[in-house]
Design a protein around this ligand. Structure first.
Ligand code: ATP
Length: 253
């Protein structure tokens, strides 16, 4: 991979209570590209994704060895501020999880936590984030309504807008379309394509067609190991490993 990497893992291992869930994962996530993580259930995709913003720190009895760098800095270094890391590396989950607040307050929440109080500045951030998430036109006249009144697809785009509001560098998406219908899914996929102009996206998906449609690079995982990683076209058309070929042709999974 010749493109410059924003996140790199080097010999990354993770154990849950002694159970080896990630084994010697070494991988590079190129900047301003979409990288998909695919593989059968339980292979470690979500675990790997959660390593990138240290969400696994919140789980008891997790041991991690090896290195993860963001912009060439070790994210486990004592000097790393986890709040700043999670601002730089935002996350969107499987089920849309808006706060039970207004649409406006959902987006303004993060900037307020980071100390922005000026109303004009917050208005600007709310509009810009909703525009970037392709939701502004649908909600601009109801910013003070509850976010819980939005459709599932709109709620997921709101969650993406909420992530964008704190100006991340990387957006992690853990099966962001699995709770959505095909039309809402298509909107999120189009949005992912637009987002990579400004952000790096790493997406976990069970849906191989989705990985092929939205990603530039794909990593195939199996039983906690990264079996192979490369350009999506190459992984899907000419995988180097038989295991990858068996998975993408539906022989197991
Ligand atoms: N909090 C946890 N505590 C203990 N074990 C866990 C925890 N989270 C995940 N695991 C285990 O780690 C392994 C990898 O799980 P992970 O959720 O990362 O896989 P996945 O590939 O994302 O699966 P899926 O596609 O089903 O979501 C599995 O064996 C899982 O049971």
């Amino acid at each position: 991979m010749s493109e410059s990497a924003i996140i790199t893992t080097n010999n990354l291992n993770l154990w849950y209570n002694g159970k080896h869930a990630l084994e010697s994962v070494s991988m590079k996530m190129p900047k301003n590209r979409v990288t998909a993580l695919i593989g059968p259930s339980g292979c470690g995709k979500s675990t790997l994704l959660r390593c990138f913003n240290r969400l696994n720190d919140l789980i008891d009895h997790v041991k991690i060895t090896g290195e993860i760098t963001l912009d060439d800095e070790n994210i486990h270094a004592p000097s790393t501020d986890v709040v700043t890391l999670r601002k730089k590396v935002g996350m969107v989950f499987q089920k849309p999880n808006p706060f039970p607040k207004t649409i406006y307050d959902n987006i303004a929440y993060g900037p307020r936590v980071h100390g922005i109080r000026d109303k004009c500045e917050l208005d600007r951030i709310v509009e810009q984030s909703l525009r970037h998430a392709a939701l502004w036109d649908e909600v601009k006249d109801r910013l003070n309504d509850s976010a819980l009144g939005l459709s599932g697809g709109q709620q997921q785009r709101l969650c993406i807008a909420r992530t964008l509001a704190v100006e991340p560098e990387v957006i992690l998406m853990d099966e962001p379309c699995s709770a959505l219908d095909p039309i809402a899914t298509a909107k999120i996929e189009n949005l992912i394509e637009m987002l990579k102009a400004d952000y790096t996206v790493i997406i976990v998906t069970h849906n191989m067609q989705q990985a092929a449609r939205v990603s530039d690079y794909t990593g195939f995982m199996y039983l906690g190991k990264l079996i192979e990683c490369g350009k999506t076209k190459q992984i899907f058309e000419h995988p180097a490993e038989e295991l990858t070929e068996n998975y993408i042709t539906g022989r197991f999974g």
